[in-house]
Design a protein around this ligand. Structure first.
Ligand SMILES: Nc1ncnc2c1ncn2[C@@H]1O[C@H](COP(=O)(O)OP(=O)(O)OP(=O)(O)O)[C@@H](O)[C@H]1O
Ligand SMILES: [Mg+2]
Length: 258
C-alpha cells in the first residue's frame, strides 16, 4: 500500500481534439516541477501523450494495455521521464483491442482501478481517448477527479450534457467519490469574437466549475508536441506555457479546498 494519498485525475471529454492530451502532458509536467511525484498514464491507443513526451510507444504488454487488462504490474512498465519526479506509462496501438477484450470480463469496469490501487504518487493524470468506451469508464472509475477541456468553438457545449450524465451514472453506480475539478477553456482565440461568446456561455452555465485560467490558442503548443516536448519545457515564456503553469497553480489550490 502506498504511503501518500494518491489523487487520480482523468482528463476527459468524449469530443476529439479539444486539448485533452495537451492538458495532461503540460499539467503533469508543471505539477512535477513544483516537487510533486507524478505519473502520466496514457490510455489512448493513439498514444499522443506518449509521443508528445518524446517517449517510445509501449510494446503490447509493456504499456497501458497490459496494465488495463491486469496482465502486468504498472511498476514494471512505467518509465522515468526526463522530468524529475515524472513517470509515464506509455500507450500502444494494441490498446484499441482492449475495448472488445474488456467487454467479456466480469470486472470490466474496475480493472484499471485495481491495477493502480497500490501505486504511491501525489498525482496520477490519465490522458483519456475520445468517446465513451470501457477504457474511459475504467478511467472514471479509477479517478477521484476529472478535468474537462473544452475547446472555445461553436459546438463546445454540445455533448457536455451527455458527458455530465455519464459522470452522474458513474457516481450513482461505481464511484461515488468522483468530483469534477473543473472545466478548462482551451484554444481561446483572442482575435475571434466567437471565443468570447463561447467562454461567457460556458461560464454562465457552469459558474465556478470553470477554471479561471484560460488556455489561449498558441502555435508554440502544436510546435512543442511535434518536438516531443510539453510546451512548458519547449518555450516556457510562450502564452501557452504561461497559462498551463497558471492552471497548475489553480488546480493545486482547488485540490487544497476540497
Ligand atoms: N491551446 C492550443 N493552441 C494551439 N494548438 C493546440 C492547443 N491545444 C492543443 N492544440 C493542438 O490541437 C491538436 C489537438 O490537441 P490534443 O491532442 O491535445 O487534443 P485531444 O483532445 O487530446 O485530441 P484526441 O481526442 O484526438 O485525443 C494537437 O495538434 C495540439 O497540438
Ligand atoms: Mg488526446
Amino acid at each position: 500500500m502506498g504511503e501518500r494519498k494518491t489523487s487520480v485525475v482523468a482528463i476527459i471529454n468524449q469530443k476529439g481534439g479539444v486539448g485533452k492530451t495537451t492538458t495532461a502532458v503540460n499539467l503533469a509536467t508543471a505539477i512535477a516541477a513544483v516537487g510533486k511525484k507524478v505519473l502520466l498514464l496514457d490510455i489512448d491507443p493513439q498514444g499522443n501523450a506518449t509521443t508528445g513526451f518524446g517517449m517510445p510507444k509501449g510494446r503490447k504488454l509493456h504499456s497501458s494495455y497490459g496494465v488495463l487488462l491486469g496482465l502486468v504490474d504498472p511498476l514494471e512498465v512505467m518509465m522515468e521521464s526526463y522530468v524529475h519526479q515524472l513517470f509515464m506509462i506509455p500507450s500502444t496501438i494494441d490498446l484499441s483491442a482492449a475495448e472488445v477484450e474488456l467487454f467479456s470480463q466480469k470486472d470490466r469496469e474496475s480493472k484499471l482501478k485495481k491495477a493502480i490501487a497500490h501505486l504511491d504518487f501525489d498525482y496520477i493524470f490519465i490522458d483519456c481517448p475520445p468517446g465513451f468506451g470501457f477504457i474511459n469508464i475504467n478511467a472514471l472509475n479509477a479517478s477521484s477527479r476529472i478535468i474537462i477541456p473544452l475547446q472555445c468553438e461553436f459546438y463546445a457545449l454540445e455533448g457536455l450534457a451527455q458527458l455530465f450524465s455519464t459522470i452522474q451514472s458513474v457516481r450513482n453506480t461505481i464511484n461515488r467519490s468522483l468530483i469534477v475539478s473543473g472545466i478548462l477553456l482551451t484554444m481561446f482565440d483572442r482575435r475571434n469574437s466567437l471565443s468570447y461568446v463561447v467562454a461567457e456561455d460556458v461560464r454562465n452555465h457552469f459558474n465556478e466549475l470553470v477554471f479561471d485560467t484560460v488556455i489561449p490558442r498558441n502555435v508554440r503548443i502544436s510546435e512543442a508536441s511535434s518536438h516531443g516536448k510539453p510546451v512548458v519545457l519547449y518555450d516556457v515564456r510562450s502564452s501557452g506555457a504561461v497559462s498551463y503553469i497558471e492552471l497548475a497553480r489553480e488546480f493545486l489550490a482547488r485540490e487544497q479546498n476540497t
